[in-house]
Ligand binder design. Structure first.
Ligand code: KG4
Ligand code: ZN
Length: 372
């Protein structure tokens, strides 16, 4: 079964091709440079860029991956959550392709696709405890099976990636900030410049599984107000492309702030995951693995803290490789493949769902002729 995946929910236009659940080819065009000028994703520009790029990207992809639309068993598309205008570009393209080639269409939940993505490379051990940490979401799920996710906790305000990006922006670091902040934090930690008491853990002193990162962001803003020299250090770095280790030496207070902030976020994510595991155990639920995905799962401190947590919880840790952490077409193709293989697809009336609205369970059974 050959399935194409199309991703256009935010600032990445991406395609993936999966054959019987294994990745055959992928292609991604990032818009990061376009949005960097504005220090964040501009929704109107994002949809225009998807519209400009998707057609030529698909043509080139067919050539390099050597397939025709008629070879496809189905086309999967990220239908949400995301920026509505951007989603509509991918969804319209997928509908046209499905209609033209006479193949089934599958609308994929972008968040679930992130968490299922490691299944492209290894067999997932389900039920699992899942953490999705991206620029728009911080969700803890109980993943009973590929088609059955139960949301246990979520952020009440900023997502973890958003907190990284906003702090990076306050510092004047180049966009996208999460990765740059990670590099500085790593250098700071390697030099022993990490202060675990600089900021308090946000929204941890309670019994629930939700997150709130906006207070931490305010603490960083206040700290910077009292220590304006740190922003000067960040500005000096932004103008010279020094290596992380040199940066840490040149900007000790900056790398300390990054390492301490990063620790605070990572510790909080791990503590709530641990709590979720304990609650599931108390409810008599089986958990066989810990799956963490989304852009922030690329964060080095989080990856090593999660490793320690998985040993403590005695659960195997599943982390996608770096390119599968951020938005990609492979994860959409794979989630679409799972849906098709289970015998489901969507009608051509499939709706794109913006952030903030629940994704409906509106897939329908494929008939004997492979039609939805
Ligand atoms: O999953 P993703 O590519 O897009 C969304 O669906 O949001 O996640 C992007 C987010 C951004 O906020 C970005 O700053 C963050 O992931 N991110 C990181 C790192 N790499 C990407 N945050 C922390 N450390 C990183 N290494
Ligand atoms: Zn994403």
């Amino acid at each position: 079964m050959l399935v194409l995946g199309i991703e256009s929910s935010c600032d990445e236009t991406a395609l993936g091709l999966v054959q019987d659940g294994r990745l055959v080819a992928e292609s991604v065009a990032s818009q990061a440079d376009v949005h960097a000028l504005f220090g964040g994703v501009v929704p109107e520009l994002a949809s225009r860029e998807h519209y400009r790029i998707l057609g030529p990207l698909f043509d080139a992809f067919m050539q390099t991956a050597d397939f025709q639309p008629s070879d496809l068993s189905g086309v999967a598309v990220a239908r949400g959550p995301g920026l509505l205008g951007s989603l509509l570009v991918g969804v319209s393209f997928a509908k046209a392709l499905a209609f033209g080639a006479g193949i089934p269409l599958v609308g994929v939940d972008h968040l679930k696709a992130h968490l299922l993505a490691p299944g492209l490379e290894q067999e997932l051990q389900l039920p699992a405890l899942g953490l999705l940490v991206s620029g728009g979401h911080t969700h803890i799920y109980y993943i009973k099976d590929a088609g059955n996710f139960r949301l246990l906790g979520r952020t009440l305000d900023d997502a973890a990636g958003e907190a990284f990006d906003k702090v990076a922006k306050m510092l004047g670091l180049p966009y996208p900030g999460g990765k740059t902040l990670d590099e500085l934090a790593r250098a700071g930690q390697a030099d022993g410049r990490i202060n675990r008491n600089l900021f308090s853990y946000p929204y941890l002193d309670n019994k629930n599984l939700d997150f709130s990162f906006s207070g931490l962001k305010t603490s960083v803003a206040l700290y910077l107000k009292n220590n304006p020299g740190i922003i000067e250090q960040a500005r000096a770095l932004a103008s010279g492309a020094a290596q992380a280790a040199e940066q840490s030496r040149a900007a000790p207070e900056l790398s300390e702030l990054c390492a301490s902030f990063n620790h605070c976020v990572s510790h909080t994510l791990c503590a709530k995951l641990k709590r979720a595991g304990e609650q599931l155990k108390a409810d008599g639920r089986t958990v066989k693995s810990l799956i963490v995905a989304g852009g922030v799962a690329a964060n080095s401190m989080l990856r090593s803290d999660l490793q320690a947590l998985s040993e403590q919880m005695n659960l195997p840790l599943v982390l996608p490789r770096f390119s599968l952490c951020t938005d990609n077409g492979a994860m959409i193709a794979y989630a679409g493949y799972l849906t098709l293989a289970a015998g489901y697809a969507h009608h051509l009336t499939l709706e794109a769902i913006p952030r903030g609205r629940n994704i409906p369970e509106d897939q329908v059974r494929l008939n004997l002729f492979g039609r939805a």
